[in-house]
Write a protein that binds this ligand. Structure first.
Ligand code: SF4
Length: 209
């Protein structure tokens, strides 16, 4: 697999926010979101076998692993890597863009899918696979990055229409300015969690933190 980096940090997003986690950042992504904060991972990286990747992960002696990108599921060996990590006892979160089918993901209590639905300001909302939402269960999460009022209304419509069984996360683009989004969610009684990107509050926009 082509891998941009393996590093340990604090999980900054979603249900496992705050948890020490080893991140495997894969290279490459079929999307080009306007606000992408990891364009450095589009092309750069090194070829590593899944055994090499697992070996690097093991050096950190950390239970939680997050497979992120880029778009990890764009590489066919991702499923093999996920299974290896689960088999040796890791809890795994897979962060995916919403543009790759999820029907081949393993069924395992230690695996959680964090799937984005890209809103209009991303420029990529037309590539979302809405059938994926049906495949997300109570330990998974559906994430919307909200940039403006149009994104918020779009997210609200998707939540109303698909009524996800998983947790719903709403995060402001940039990860820090929560007040306006929080007030809208409360006013509308929207069933979703408003969360920051904790790593950005701690480390700003440093690469791989
Ligand atoms: S899906 Fe993620 S990595 Fe790919 S362009 Fe969008 S924000 Fe960047």
């Amino acid at each position: 697999m082509k891998i941009y980096s393996v590093f340990r940090s604090i999980q900054g997003e979603g249900l496992m926010i705050g948890t020490p986690t080893v991140f495997i950042r894969t290279s490459g992504c079929p999307l080009r979101c306007t606000y992408c904060d990891t364009p450095q991972a589009f092309d750069k990286g090194e070829e590593l076998s899944s055994d090499d990747i697992v070996e690097r992960v093991q050096t950190y002696r950390t239970r939680d692993v997050c497979l992120t990108g880029g778009e990890p599921l764009a590489q066919k060996d991702s499923l093999k890597l996920i299974q290896k990590l689960l088999d040796i006892g890791h809890s795994v979160v897979v962060e995916t863009s919403g543009a790759i089918p999820l029907d081949e993901m393993p069924c395992d209590g230690k695996l959680s899918i964090s799937m984005d639905i890209k809103c209009p300001s991303s420029g990529e909302e037309g590539k979302m696979l809405y059938d994926n939402i049906e495949l997300l269960g109570p330990t998974d999460q559906l994430k919307f990055v909200i940039s403006d009022g149009a994104d918020y209304e779009f997210a609200k419509k998707v939540i109303d229409e698909y009524n996800p069984k998983c947790e719903v996360i709403l995060t402001p683009v940039g990860g820090k300015d929560l007040k306006e989004l929080a007030e809208k969610v409360l006013k509308d009684g929207l069933q979703g969690r408003v969360l920051p990107q904790l790593h950005k509050l701690i480390w700003g926009d440093e690469d791989d933190r």
